[in-house]
Design a protein around this ligand. Sequence first.
Ligand code: DBV
Length: 250
Amino acid sequence: MTLYQPFLDYAIAYLRSRLELSPYPIPDGFEYKSAITGKGKNQEEVITTSYAFQSPKIRQIRAAHVQGGQSLQVLNFVIFPHLNYDLPFFGADLVTLPGGHLIALDMQPLFRDDLVYQAKYTEPILPIFHAHQQHLTWGGDFPEEARPFFSPAFLWTRPQETAVVETHVFAAFKDYLKAYLDFVDKAESVINAPALTAIEQAQLRYLRYRSEKDPARGMFRRFYGEEWTEEYIHGFLFDLERKRQYSSPI
Ligand code: DBV
């Protein structure tokens, strides 16, 4: 069992227990991808598997799971609500590289500096954030331009010990996911036209940032080539712009 498999299994089972999940299409060639990296004795198979679901309020729930041996494990898990809800994104980037673990967990806000929005979607999370932050201390610098996309409850940490990932990070992941689904339960459809436009603009801003700055781009290109990588990023991981072309404007 690899490091993040229990996170993935838990998340899918828990989502099933609380949402009416149906499959979300994964384009051909992305459900399973494998490559061999390294030379000689250091050869290692790197497998990337993808999972995707949708529900009445959620446009896309998707996970990318990269398994490449002890020093290369990644679970990137994002929930994208439908554009008629003001829900934040659930964002988890759980990364293990030769240099160590890097953990990002947040309810990523549509409107970072809007105090009414913060009261609705950040304040309820703060007790959970503070409880976990005692074990998961601030991970230090991260790209300044990414700031607008994270909430004040952004759990960002670089644990030294794998045991910390298995215990404290897993506990935080579960608590954030539960809190997120509590928000989903309560969310009511937005019908006001200016509010809908603002949501769409915020979703596109987030999506464009993440697809342009995907920190995994270099890794994926090395393993699977440029063409596969760009199609994976724009056609699956961050696919809103593609999907929008085929649906009528809300
Ligand atoms: N990150 C992704 C996807 C990944 C992925 C889809 C499927 O968005 C993996 C894989 N993240 C991944 C890898 C690294 C990071 C790092 C492999 C290490 C890159 C490297 O060191 O080579 C949060 N992820 C990071 C970093 C941050 C995040 C802040 C450090 C980047 C740096 O220091 O430059 N999550 C990430 C992020 C946003 C987010 C930037 C922005 C909104 O939600």
